[in-house]
Design a protein. Sequence first.
Length: 406
Amino acid sequence: MIKTFGVRGNLLLSFIGISGFAILTTGAAIYSFLVLQILLDRITEQRMPMALTAQELSYRVERSIAKTPSLLSAKSPQERSQSWDRISFEIEAIDRLLLLPDNQGFASDTLNLLQNHLGLLRANLFSLYTLVGERIELADRKQLILDQMHKSQEGILIVLDNWITSVDNNVQRLNTTLKDDRISVEDRAVSEKELIKSLTLSTSLQKTLHSITEIYLILFEITVAETQEEIDLFELRMQWSLESLATLSDSVEPQLKDLISAEIERFKFFVQGEKNMPSLRAQEINLIASSQSVEQQNISLSDELTKVVEIIVGDSQRDISDATIQAHAVQRKISIILFIIVLMSLASSILIVWLYVDRNLIARLTALSSSMLAIAGGNLRAPLPGPDSRDEIGQMAAALVTFRDT
């Protein structure tokens, strides 16, 4: 069948055959590039953004947790608002990041786990914000009572100091009078009686001052108590001191008794009133404990989120590693295929040149040329190549035979 194509057709078929191997080589190369592109897209468009988003989430969570101590230590509504604004900025950044994973290859269960943990973290942070607000409000009420206590203490101490000073001056005056030998017996008796009364009053005033100072000291200790047990202990000491002060008021003169009674009522307001100091301090301790518990929960949530992120990043790294291995495998496979195709192309080119061009075309053309030269030299008996081939060379050989025979 090949003989029917002629030289031109055979050469064209040879060219098409060689070109076909080149096309196969090019197709294999294009296929390898496409596979590599798919693997690279899988890395750059899915796993890398997912890993970066997860790490950014972890970073934002850590930043929001790191800002909670400033919120806990806020002393005023302004400081509380400023700290919350900084935390809110991180929360908004987290919310924006949560909008991205749907398009970045996050598994639905992983995304739900992230959203649940972040939702709990957001709720805990807001709870912490609320607790700090309650603590600041409570601290303001406690400070108001502290100011009242300081003012009351200052007032009663001034009264008692002035009274004690007056009584001491009176005692000194009476002692001086009694040392005077010129006073009469009646005046001496009156002075002695007055001296005994002044000394008794001075002792009562000193005891009153000591008791009142001790009670105020207990009240101030309550304001810095660390546990409910300490508050209970201070309240018990307060009760004993008030009972001792009440007992003392029964044995003093009416004027001092009225002062002690008024002071006892004031103490009861500070200790047993609607907004008494022990109750306020107990509430403050509970709020501080609740804040610390919420902060600890936030730290635990942050740790759990970090573990989830580590799992995501680990999965992404493994997927990237698998894609890289696949890319290398494809590269090796395509390299082998290209090598085989190139060898086949070279082999086919060699076979075409050796079997067809050299043994067929060139050999026949050489024989035809030799015959033509012999006939031109006058040798009409020179052998001619057989005109059995139907291609152009066969036609030339047939024409030469006709030319020789005529």
